[in-house]
Design a protein around this ligand. Structure first.
Ligand SMILES: [Zn+2]
Length: 426
């Protein structure tokens, strides 16, 4: 952390500005005061005297909004499965702190966290105690018994039948609940703890060992209970699910966003567009995740085989797509967060991908309504009044995403909430 935009502010001059909304970057200058962008002046050179402000000369580089990631697991990207299941909670928390710092230094200034007790982390970061992105916490991901978030041992008696609580529940990573009443309680528990949105596991998963990918999780009544509890608090439910049946059941219950969807058929993708439901899917490659169990490895390959067609159909039918990475359980793969953004170039023009990873994701985040911790200002855009989250990049990511794959080399300025976290422009 260094200079901030307090006092007369910070002026970034001689940049090409991509505002997060348009088609291209255009010459201009951006003023920051405290935590907001207060002025965006287009044209070249800067038309007024520079008196008062701290001036950073961008020397023709590209200024873009801070990047966003709609699907992260701060608890599970700093940590391994062994840490989550057997380690001290402190290990998980401190590693989450380091993962948050690393995300910010890759240029991600806002993330939506989809499992874990990250509200306290958000508060500490927002107070400026540690560097990290803005966080939209879901708190614990809610799962049924034997669902994707049930990390008990296969031969344990389920918690609901008097068995022991899995460690992942004790540390606030997951919450297992069955039946509408207990689902209501579980969802309300997360809302009480500061969840900005609610995450449910609505179908089989890769990392969990005893739920095949095809299984449906939570009955319609349970899903409806979760949606009712969330909407009473002014926010929404997003679900982990891969299959067509699972997607349809969730949407019929009022779920507003689907995580993954890689095994969904074309009709169901079209159905998402008709219902105006978001698809937060990920451009996975098989080696993004490593699984010790051969069954998880097989499931991972099945999911990855669906990536191309899912993106293709979503594009074709105009589904609202969000960009997220869902990297988990392998701290050595965390740096792929930006590589996965570059992979969007396979399906989208660079500027479309960049819009998705800035203003597009921000629109999804805004579904949190009054539970949105950052609702006071526009997010993911470079416009007057917006949160002062921006990057200056060597190269032009609106025409070449690959410059984002090497953040240490190409991100010359990182500003979040008006605070300069990296400045290599002097
Ligand atoms: Zn996930």
């Amino acid at each position: 952390m260094g200079i901030d935009g307090s006092g007369a502010g910070l002026l970034v001059v001689n940049v090409r500005v991509f505002d997060g909304l348009g088609e291209e970057a255009v010459p201009g200058h951006v003023r920051i005061e405290r935590d907001r962008i207060t002025e965006v002046v287009l044209g070249n050179p800067f038309p007024r005297t520079l008196r008062g402000a701290t001036v950073i000369d961008g020397r023709g580089r590209t200024l873009i909004p801070g990047l966003t990631d709609a699907h992260v697991h701060l608890f599970a990207i700093g940590s391994t499965m062994a840490d989550l299941q057997h380690g001290p909670s402190g290990t998980v928390y401190y590693q989450a702190l380091a993962a948050a710092r690393d995300m910010l230094m890759r240029g991600f200034t806002t993330v939506r966290d989809l499992a874990g007790d990250t509200e306290p982390l958000r508060r500490a970061i927002d107070r400026g105690l540690f560097p990290g992105p803005r966080i939209y916490p879901s708190q614990a991901a809610v799962s049924q018994t034997s669902g994707h978030g049930d990390f008990g041992s296969v031969h344990d008696t389920p918690t609901a039948l008097g068995g022991p609580q899995a460690r992942t529940e004790q540390i606030g990573f997951t919450r297992v609940a069955d039946g509408p009443e207990r689902v209501l309680a579980a969802v309300r528990e997360q809302l009480r703890k500061g969840a900005a949105q609610i995450k449910l596991m609505a179908g089989g998963g890769v990392a969990s060992e005893f739920d095949p990918l095809d299984v449906l999780q939570f009955t319609p009544a349970e899903l409806e209970a979760a949606v009712a509890a969330a909407s009473d608090w002014g926010t929404y439910v997003t679900v982990h699910v891969y299959t067509s049946e699972g997607v349809r059941r969730a949407v019929e219950a009022g779920v507003r966003c689907i995580e993954h969807g890689h095994l969904t058929d074309e009709d169901t993708i079209r159905f998402l567009a008709e219902r105006n439901v978001w698809l937060s899917t990920q451009p996975f490659e098989a080696d993004d995740h490593h699984y010790a169990s051969p069954e998880s490895d097989r499931k991972n390959r099945e999911v990855c085989a669906g990536v191309d067609r899912t993106f293709g159909w979503a594009r074709e039918h105009g589904v609202r797509l969000a960009f997220g990475t869902d990297l988990v359980l392998d701290p050595g793969k965390a740096h792929r967060q930006t590589e996965m953004l570059v992979r969007l170039g396979k399906y989208l023009r660079p500027v479309e991908a960049l819009r998705m990873a800035t203003s597009g994701n921000a629109e999804l985040f805004r579904l949190s309504g009054r539970r949105d911790p950052y609702r006071a200002a526009p997010l993911g855009v470079v416009v007057p009044g917006a949160w002062a989250d921006l990057l200056v990049v060597d190269g032009d990511p609106t025409t070449d995403l690959s410059v984002l794959a090497e953040p240490e080399r190409n991100l010359h300025l990182i500003v979040k909430d008006g605070v300069v976290h990296r400045n290599e422009l002097g």
